[in-house]
Design a protein around this ligand. Structure first.
Ligand code: ADP
Ligand code: MG
Length: 238
């Protein structure tokens, strides 16, 4: 696993500045949750770290490596999206194995890892099915399995639970927390769900208009907001 460092990170689309001078250090093994209103730049920030967007300025470090200009596949990060983005024509096993197979891992190694991760997420029985034969919750677990199996240095989650019903959301949230414990993984997680953020985060970062308003332990942010924006956003007691 690895730490992540953002240095004066900036991103514009045309003339619109979406990420403005973000400086942030995320420790090895830390679970950091980004929250903030719709359009504040949460997804863009994750996409920058994943390498799916190029930064307009500043740098991104993962561990000892400056990855600002590194292609996505070589950054050692895995991203889980809100929509599952599974390949409909492939079995669950193939879906999970796809990225790993591409990287040239031996077939036995791939199968072994897929079996282990599928067991961990309790989808071992589903490996021969196709995505259309799965429930929403099962599909999201396949997407999470696909992220884990690559053994990334950093996990990125963009609102991974928002398409699930309430009960499944809680169950999958618990699984993600357990996965964090078991793997000791560095996790960067985006949600608009306050409860999700408070329960998962070692540290919470409130974004507003592409800037960090405040970062800290969830309870500290809630009880000691730096400003009115944070207080209102988190619904802090007056
Ligand atoms: P969030 O995930 O916090 O809701 P986003 O990161 O998706 O916010 O978007 C931040 C802002 O950047 C929004 O105003 C959005 O319209 C804009 N934006 C995101 N992606 C693009 C793009 N590819 N081209 C132009 N504008 C974009
Ligand atoms: Mg978003």
């Amino acid at each position: 696993m690895a730490s992540v460092r953002l240095e004066k990170l900036r991103k514009s689309f045309g003339r619109t500045e979406v990420i403005r001078d973000i400086d942030l250090e995320i420790a090895d093994g830390e679970f950091v949750v980004f929250v903030g209103p719709s359009g504040c730049g949460k997804s863009t920030l994750l996409r920058l770290i994943a390498g799916l967007e190029d930064a307009t300025g500043g740098d991104i470090w993962i561990g000892e490596d400056k990855v600002t200009a590194t292609e996505p596949a070589k950054r050692g990060v895995s991203m889980v999206f809100q929509s599952y983005a599974l390949y409909p024509h492939m079995t669950v096993r193939k879906n999970i194995a796809f990225g790993l197979s591409l990287s040239g891992a031996a077939k036995e190694t791939v199968n072994e890892r897929v079996d282990r991760v599928a067991g961990m997420l309790q989808i071992g029985e589903l490996l021969d099915r196709r995505p259309r034969e799965l429930s929403g919750g099962q599909r999201q677990r396949v997407a999470i399995a696909r992220a884990i199996v690559r053994e990334p240095r950093v996990f990125l989650f963009d609102e991974p639970l928002s398409n699930l019903d309430a009960a499944l959301r809680v169950q999958t949230r618990v699984e993600i927390a357990k996965m964090h414990q078991d793997l000791g993984a560095t996790m960067i997680y985006v949600t608009h769900d306050q409860v999700e953020a408070m329960t998962l985060a070692d540290r919470m970062v409130v974004l507003n208009g592409g800037r960090v308003e405040q970062a800290g332990k969830p309870a500290d942010l809630y009880h000691k907001p730096d400003n009115l924006f944070v207080a209102r956003f988190l619904g802090s007691p007056p």
